[in-house]
Design a protein. Structure first.
Length: 145
């Protein structure tokens, strides 16, 4: 019986029926990366959502970037930008009360793309709100808690 279940699970994984973004996987990612996710994520009022994909440009195999695409509630693409290399990207999160998006990257740190008239522009002077928890803050809290 166990062998049958094991074989069934293997077949499901190979066929794509079991996805890596199950709730268990998402909870593990959230725990390990603080407030940030690489999954589909919504703004505070669900007016926008963001999807992150890897740039598939064959000419840039070594330095493929992440593309963050912002869609409105009608599933129309509003804006997109490339904030980090795929290798270093740890995810994004929205601010709780605005459309500003924070990026977490292993090599460049945590930084903001500020919303301005349906565009998200890098704001190097933005101060991260205290409620946004980075990977390192989550690890520190876990180790001290």
């Amino acid at each position: 019986m166990r062998r049958s279940i094991f074989l069934l699970l293997i077949l499901m994984l190979l066929s794509g029926c079991v996805k890596a973004n199950s709730n268990v996987y998402n909870n593990e990612l959230s725990e390990n990366y603080g407030s940030f996710t690489s999954e589909k994520t919504y703004s505070f009022d669900k007016k926008y959502y963001a999807l992150q994909t890897v740039d598939n440009d064959e000419n840039s195999r070594m330095y493929r970037g992440i593309i963050v695409s912002i869609y409105d509630s009608r599933d129309s693409l509003v804006f997109s930008f490339s904030p980090a290399r795929a290798l270093d990207f740890w995810g994004i999160c929205w601010e709780n009360d605005s459309y500003n998006i924070w990026i977490q990257s292993s090599d460049t740190g945590t930084y903001c793309y500020r919303y301005d008239n349906d565009k998200w522009l890098l704001d190097e002077s933005a101060e991260k709100p205290d409620y946004i928890i980075t990977k390192y803050e989550a690890e520190e809290s876990k180790n001290n808690g």
